[in-house]
Ligand binder design. Structure first.
Ligand SMILES: NC(=O)c1ccc[n+]([C@@H]2O[C@H](COP(=O)([O-])OP(=O)(O)OC[C@H]3O[C@@H](n4cnc5c(N)ncnc54)[C@H](O)[C@@H]3O)[C@@H](O)[C@H]2O)c1
Length: 383
C-alpha cells in the first residue's frame, strides 16, 4: 500500500506583500520538491483586518483566518510558524512559537534590535526546533553558483565585495507614514534593504565583518501628511571582513530612476563575478584574461535546476520563496541542515549586530567594531 505523503501544518503571520510571496512558495512545494520533503498544509493565517484577511485566506488557500496570533501557536495541527508580519511583530510571536516547540521561520530583519534577534536565536536553539531567517536572495540559483565558484578558489583570494540595493519608493509623492518609517521598525534603507546584502556578503565570501564605517541619511523627513519619518532613506558603508576583504555597500529608497536595482560584484586575485537582479539567471564572470563572459545559470546540474524544467528555462524572483520553503521543509524532515544554504536565526542575529554597528558608525562618524555574542556564555566576545 502507498504510504501517505507526510505533511507539516503551517501557521502564517501576515497576508500582505510577504504573506502572498510565502503562500506562493508553499503552493509550489508539491510540484517541485524532491521525494522525502514533507508538503505544507496551510492551516491558518493571521492578520488584523477582517475583510482583506478573509480575502487573502481564500485566495492564497489557507483553511482558517485568525485575528490573534496566539491561536496559530495554540493550534495542534500547526508545527511550523512562519512570521511574515511587520518587523515590530517578529520577536514576541516567534519566541512564543519556539518555546511551544514549533519550528520557526521569520522574515528579515530577524528582530528590530540586537537583543530581540539574540533572544529569538536563543529561544529557537534552546527549544531544539528548526529555525530559518527568510533571506530569500540566498535561494537565487545564480548566487548559489557564485558561492560555489568563490568557495572553489576559482577567482582567488577575495579582496572586494561591492553591492547596491536601490529603490525610489520614498519618492512617489503619495507617502504616508508606514510601519517601515517608524523608529521601532529596525528597517530603513539599511535594515530593510541593506540587511539582504549584508547577509549575502557573509553567505558568498564566508567571512564575518569586524569593523565598519558609514553614512546614513533621512532625505525626506516628513510624509505627505506631515508625520515624521524616523528611518534612514539611504546608507553607504565600508565593511572590513576578517579574511581581509573590503565591502562597500549602499542602499537607498530615494534613488530616482530605480524601481528595484540589486547588484553585487566580487573581485578576487584571479577573477571577478557580477550579478544583477535584472538578469537573475546569469552571472558575469571574468578571469585573469579580463574578459567578462555571461554564464547562463540554469544549465544541467546548476543549483535549483533539477526540480524545475529542462535546462535553460528561466526562473524569477518569486521562485526564491518556493526554494526557501522546500529547503526548510526538507530540514524539518531531517534531510539536511538549514545552514549553510539557508540563513538560520544565528545568521539573522549576526546581521542585526552588523546593522547596529553601521548605525553606531554613522552616528559617531568613527569606525565601529562588530562583536558577536555566542549562546553558551551569552557575553560579548571577539570570537
Ligand atoms: N524577503 C524579502 O524580499 C522581503 C520583501 C519585503 C518585505 N520583507 C519583510 O517581510 C515582512 C513583512 O513586510 P511586507 O512588505 O510584507 O509588509 P506590508 O507593508 O506589505 O504589509 C504589512 C501588513 O501588516 C499590517 N500591519 C501593520 N502593523 C501591524 C501590526 N502591528 N500587527 C499586525 N499587522 C500589522 C499592515 O496593515 C499590512 O497589511 C517584514 O519583516 C519585511 O522586512 C521581506
Amino acid at each position: 500500500m502507498k504510504r501517505a505523503q507526510p505533511q507539516i501544518g503551517v501557521g502564517l503571520l501576515g497576508y500582505a506583500f510577504m504573506g502572498k510571496a510565502h503562500s506562493i512558495g508553499y503552493r509550489d512545494v508539491p510540484v517541485i520538491a524532491p521525494p522525502g520533503v514533507p508538503w505544507p498544509r496551510l492551516i491558518s493565517i493571521f492578520g488584523r483586518t477582517e475583510s482583506p484577511l478573509e480575502e487573502a485566506r481564500s485566495r492564497f488557500g489557507w483553511e482558517k483566518a485568525v485575528s490573534d496570533w496566539r491561536r496559530l501557536i495554540d493550534d495542534e495541527d500547526v508545527q511550523l510558524i512562519d512570521n511574515a508580519a511587520p518587523n515590530q511583530l517578529h520577536a514576541e510571536p516567534t519566541i512564543a512559537a519556539a518555546k511551544a516547540g514549533k519550528h520557526v521561520y521569520c522574515e528579515k530583519p530577524l528582530g528590530t534590535t540586537i537583543d530581540d534577534a539574540f533572544q529569538m536565536w536563543s529561544a529557537a536553539e534552546y527549544a531544539g526546533v528548526r529555525h530559518m531567517c527568510a533571506f530569500n536572495y540566498r535561494f537565487i540559483p545564480a548566487l548559489q553558483l557564485a558561492r560555489e565558484i568563490i568557495g572553489s578558489g576559482e577567482i582567488g583570494q577575495i579582496y572586494h565585495y561591492r553591492s547596491n540595493f536601490l529603490l525610489s519608493s520614498a519618492l512617489d509623492g503619495t507617502r504616508t507614514k508606514k510601519w517601515r518609517d517608524s523608529g521601532t521598525s529596525g528597517g530603513g534603507a539599511l535594515g530593510d534593504l541593506g540587511a539582504h546584502h549584508i547577509d549575502l556578503s557573509r553567505f558568498l565570501i564566508g567571512s564575518e565583518p569586524r569593523r565598519v564605517q558609514a553614512v546614513m541619511r533621512i532625505v525626506i523627513p516628513e510624509s505627505e501628511t506631515g508625520e515624521t519619518i524616523e528611518t534612514d532613506d539611504l546608507f553607504a558603508a565600508i565593511l572590513e571582513y576578517e579574511n581581509g576583504c573590503v565591502g562597500v555597500l549602499e542602499a537607498s529608497r530615494v534613488a530616482g530612476g530605480h524601481l528595484v536595482t540589486s547588484r553585487i560584484e566580487i573581485d578576487g586575485s584571479k577573477g571577478s563575478i557580477q550579478f544583477s537582479l535584472h538578469n537573475l539567471n546569469e552571472l558575469r564572470i571574468a578571469g585573469c584574461d579580463h574578459a567578462f563572459k555571461s554564464v547562463p545559470v540554469l544549465r544541467n546540474g546548476d543549483p535549483g535546476q533539477a526540480n524545475w524544467f529542462p535546462p535553460g528555462h528561466p526562473l524569477g524572483w518569486v521562485d526564491t520563496f518556493s526554494h526557501e520553503a522546500v529547503h526548510l521543509l526538507g530540514a524539518i524532515a531531517g534531510l539536511h541542515e538549514v545552514d549553510p544554504i539557508g540563513a538560520t536565526f544565528r545568521d539573522g542575529y549576526y546581521c542585526a549586530e552588523i546593522v547596529a554597528a553601521i548605525e553606531r558608525a554613522a552616528k559617531t562618524g568613527a569606525a565601529a567594531e562588530v562583536r558577536y555574542r555566542n549562546l553558551t556564555s551569552r557575553v560579548s566576545s571577539a570570537n
